[in-house]
Design a protein around this ligand. Structure first.
Ligand code: AHR
Length: 667
């Protein structure tokens, strides 16, 4: 994670300079026409099915408050401040009421989830309880059903729990009641049917009657989740992921893997098994950026490693977990585990492979089976460390790799070059990696749009004997890395499309690529730009999302040569191209990018094709390179589809200003 170190005024200065220096020319004049020649009959490199994937990290409320469909924040009162997210009803002073009381009890016998609420109800006051604010409210949809649930025990008397959904003016938009009975902890669940749509609803939980109950795990989920799974994932958000046709899913990050301290690292073992036994942990993005504080950002791990493997399976994507290598984030504390105490960390990696792939007779395979998946998840990739650097990293990586290969010789292990895509730290990493010879190496590029346009040749002269590349995190930054002023502009998206022609052309070296970060809540983000933005009711794709989708849904199986005057098409007057064949469907796929702010004509010669063939063309473009989609106008930039026909081995393309086109022809 690149720390924001510049002041607001510097950011402004930087943006003005960028505007002045930008390549984007908004004139509508025509650029030079170009003839491109595609050689259909000589496939060059195989394109890996993992080529275009997804990077997932719980940043910007991507998991809790996002993909994980739980609507209640701090459902088990385990945030550092146990009442965070909750308000006492009818008013704050309820706390000082000695007739009706709400008390946080801390039970040392339940270390993963020690706190619960004791409700003492001394009189019949009906309006006494708690209100949960959700994540910037709760997204409730008219006519949909919601599962309201909790665990409770009755210590004395008779107390009924009444759940009510309210809008901001207090109108009731759904409610349900359930009595608590029996003095053992039990799970309760009732269904609330919503009577209105509201994006910022709140859940009121009132306690009626007289007596004492203990209550915990107060939860509200829509029934309409992805695949209808109970307490599952937000359907609209997974749908957007499915439409990317991802080859893999990287998880859980990102810096969240490492933690600000070792104690705050991501520990997968604490994210599997019964949800109420998963220990809440502060999210590292809670305090990371002073300009985007998120004091209520914690991880419930309701979306944990089982759900991740299941999601990968649902989407037909290879899982690629990234694990802590015993080094906390080096931008933060750099806390380091001594080499002679590294074994528990290495065991975590070995046990994760067993959790994913082991038979149901193994310790961790049995836990997977108990969660409903006796079949293995068929894990093939594992990453060691996120953005680490220095000797500390490489010696730890080597210890991990030795132990993993000893037990799982077929595993593909991913190493990394650190946070930067060039410079001294990067060069030092490359030297070490050339010695270690890992299979796949993770590179990150959070750079300006012009860097992306200028680096489409990055791998053209890459040493073919070296390790393969996992472009594991990248995104064009419209202002400056991690600046809060960054936007998902069309210029950024088109620049990424241009850069990606180079990734695809070098598919013999580049095996995996993923844009980062993936998700951001429109009101609760820490980092921008992001691929998909959402609020409590809807989610939308950015222009960058559509670029990823156009690549991900049109990968091809083998690259083909596409040349302009005998040269690769790598940016000469703003033109970029790549070509592939899909041997399974016998289709030709051509991707062309025009980064200029003026239109141009392209004539394609399809060598080896003489008959007339039909096909489709997907086109993403806009006259204004600075435009971006928003939650209010989510479809300002979206691709359009049309039919095309190539005749006598020729196809002409009109490339508008700032455009990316994918042509697919049935051979
Ligand atoms: O994508 C956001 C952050 O950027 C990731 O957590 C980190 O790996 C990178 O610096």
């Amino acid at each position: 994670m690149i720390k924001k170190t510049i002041t607001y005024s510097l950011i402004c200065l930087f943006s003005i300079c960028l505007l002045a220096c930008s390549n984007a020319d908004s004139s509508s004049s025509e650029a030079e026409a170009a003839d491109l020649v595609v050689d259909i009959n000589n496939p060059i490199h195989e394109i890996q099915p993992t080529m275009y994937g997804i990077f997932f990290e719980d940043i910007n409320f991507a998991a809790d408050g996002g993909l994980y469909a739980e609507l209640v924040k701090n459902r088990s009162f385990e945030f550092d401040a146990p009442w965070m997210g909750w308000k006492h009803l009818p008013e704050a002073e309820t706390r000082f009421n000695t007739v009706n009381e709400l008390t946080i009890v801390r039970d040392a016998n339940n270390p993963q989830n020690p706190r619960f609420v004791r409700v003492d109800k001394g009189d019949e006051t009906p309006e006494f309880g708690l209100e949960n604010e959700g994540f910037d409210g709760m997204g409730i949809k008219n006519g949909e059903k919601y599962d309201f649930s909790f665990v409770a025990r009755q210590n004395k008397g008779n107390v009924t729990v009444k759940a009510t959904l309210v809008d901001t003016t207090g109108n009731i938009i759904g409610s349900a009641n359930t009595a608590v009975n029996g003095n053992d902890w039990k799970a309760y669940e009732v269904v609330i049917t919503a009577t209105a749509t509201f994006g910022a609803a709140k859940l009121q939980v009132n306690f009626e009657g007289i007596g004492q109950i203990d209550i915990d795990q107060i939860s509200l989920f829509p029934q309409d989740t992805w695949k209808g799974r109970k307490k599952g994932l937000r359907k609209d958000m997974v749908q957007l992921l499915a439409e990317l046709n991802p080859g893999f899913i990287r998880f859980p990050g990102g810096c969240i893997v490492e933690g600000r301290t070792l104690d705050q690292r991501y520990q997968w073992k604490k994210t599997v098994g019964p949800v109420d036994e998963r220990e809440t942990l502060i999210n590292r993005w809670n305090t990371e950026f002073a300009h985007r504080p998120a004091p209520d950002y914690f991880q419930s791990f309701g979306l944990g490693f089982f759900e991740y493997f299941q999601l990968s399976e649902d989407l037909g994507a290879e899982p690629l977990p990234i694990l802590s290598c015993g080094l906390a984030c080096q931008f933060n504390t750099s806390e380091t585990v001594p080499m002679d105490q590294l074994d528990p960390y290495i065991d975590d990696a070995l046990d994760l492979i067993e959790f994913a792939n082991g038979s149901v007779n193994t310790k961790w395979g049995k836990i997977r089976a108990s969660m409903g998946h006796p079949e293995p998840f068929n894990l093939k990739y594992i990453g060691v460390g996120n953005e680490q650097w220095g000797q500390e990293y490489f010696e730890r990586y080597e210890a991990f790799a030795k132990a993993i290969y000893a037990k799982y010789p077929d595993m593909n292990i991913v190493s990394g070059t650190g946070p930067f895509s060039d410079g001294e730290m990067f060069e030092k990493a490359i030297k070490e990696l050339e010695r270690i010879k890992p299979e796949l190496v993770d590179e990150h590029y959070y750079r300006t749009p012009d860097w992306f346009r200028e680096n489409a040749t990055r791998y053209d002269n890459y040493d073919r004997e070296r390790f393969k590349i996992f472009a594991g995190e990248y995104a064009a930054q419209s202002v400056q890395t991690a600046s809060p002023e960054n936007r998902n502009t069309l210029e950024c998206a088109i620049s990424e499309a241009a850069f990606m022609t180079g990734l695809e052309r070098n598919a013999d070296v580049v095996y995996m690529t993923s844009y980062a970060p993936l998700f951001a809540h429109v009101n609760r983000w820490q980092w921008t730009p992001d691929l998909i933005w959402f609020d409590n009711l809807t989610a939308y794709g950015t222009a960058n999302y559509y670029v990823q989708k156009m690549y991900g849904t049109n990968p091809g199986t083998h690259t083909l040569s596409i040349k302009r005057e005998g040269e690769n098409v790598t940016g000469r007057d703003g033109l970029y191209a790549t070509a592939a064949i899909d041997k399974n469907s016998n289709e030709l796929i051509i991707k062309v990018v025009n980064t200029l702010g003026s239109k141009r004509e392209i004539s394609l010669s399809l060598n080896g094709l003489s008959k007339a063939v039909e096909g489709t063309m997907t086109s993403l473009h806009g006259d204004d390179a600075g435009v971006f989609n928003t939650i209010e106008e989510p479809a300002k930039i979206t691709p359009s589809e049309s039919n095309v026909m190539a005749e006598n081995g020729k196809l002409n393309l009109q490339m508008p200003a700032n455009s990316f086109k994918v042509v697919r022809l049935k051979l």
